[in-house]
Design a protein around this ligand. Structure first.
Ligand code: SAM
Length: 273
């Protein structure tokens, strides 16, 4: 990607979406993102595997929800689309499945629009997900998602970019909207004692916080019990909130299984009783 003529895109600061794209081997990132990501990779090389494992969790969670009959998804902080997006997984099983992606990042949204062109059942909205009421009332959401039916809510690799008040507001809205049989999937970066087992880890997370503080997306790492509390009003399905690679792995080659704690992320899926 070149940096010329991109009026809405700030190429002077790294962005979480573009750094994540770089970790995943994508091309929708700029020098400023690569420099920031490389700085973090130097001290915390697991961040690349963490991104891969997080995407793999998302795919397993969506496949699980589709197997439970979910045919509509609201995906907050959806990121720059790389292979194996929510709509591809869901529509491979059910071509009528509907997906609304939401991301604040203009690069993520531009690529999302390009990929989704001609797909009547999936769209992407550029918005700050903390304006959750505005998102719910958005015409595309109203057209594609019928909240009187079970819905899949996704906040995968997302809430650790949102302050406490924003997370609370989004979760309250999900809780009040979701009918019985809806699902909520969350993965979340954490600085829990289970993860921070040595000084090097602690140092790596301090560096991560400093790097993301330079972007529009500062990091809010949370403890395991705080992430568990996000499922209030939902019942965690087996195996509960676990290190991301341990959530229903599909094979022994699944990413991150050799050292799940090292990837620094918890993940879980809850059902609305
Ligand atoms: N959900 C995808 C996945 O798991 O592969 C992408 C996760 S990526 C690590 C986090 C995304 O959240 C980025 O694309 C970033 O732009 C987006 N994001 C951060 N803050 C946001 C906000 N307030 N509203 C909407 N999106 C936001």
């Amino acid at each position: 990607m070149t940096e010329s003529n991109l009026p809405d895109i700030d190429t002077t600061r790294p962005s979480a979406a573009r750094m994540y794209d770089y970790y995943l081997g994508g091309f929708h990132n700029f020098e400023v993102d690569r420099q920031a990501a490389d700085q973090l990779l130097k001290i915390y090389p697991q961040v690349r595997d963490s991104a891969v494992a997080n995407r793999a969790f998302m795919r397993r969670a969506v496949r699980f929800m589709v197997s439970q009959g979910i045919d509509q998804f609201l995906d907050l902080g959806s990121g720059i689309p790389t292979a194996g997006n929510v709509h591809e997984i869901a529509q491979a099983v059910n071509p009528d499945a509907r997906v609304v992606y939401v991301d604040i990042d203009p690069v993520a949204v531009a690529h999302g629009r390009a990929i989704l062109e001609g797909n009547e059942n999936a769209t992407v909205i550029q918005a700050d997900a903390r304006d959750i009421e505005q998102i719910i009332n958005h015409p595309d959401v109203q057209r594609l998602i019928d909240f009187s039916k079970p819905t899949g809510f996704l906040a995968v690799g997302f809430f650790y970019f949102v302050d406490d008040e924003g997370v609370k507001k989004i979760l309250e809205t999900f809780r009040s909207l979701a009918v019985s049989g809806s699902y909520l999937a969350i993965t979340h970066g954490s600085d829990d004692d289970e993860i921070i087992t040595n000084d090097r880890n602690r140092q790596a997370l301090d560096v991560a916080k400093k790097i993301y503080a330079r972007s529009p997306n500062p990091l809010y790492l949370r403890k395991k019990h705080e992430i568990e509390a996000m499922f209030e009003g939902w019942k965690l399905v087996e195996p509960g909130l676990v290190f991301v690679p341990l959530w229903r792995p599909e094979g022994e080659d699944d990413p991150g299984l050799d050292d799940p704690a090292a990837l620094g992320m918890y993940g879980g899926v809850g059902i609305k009783p």
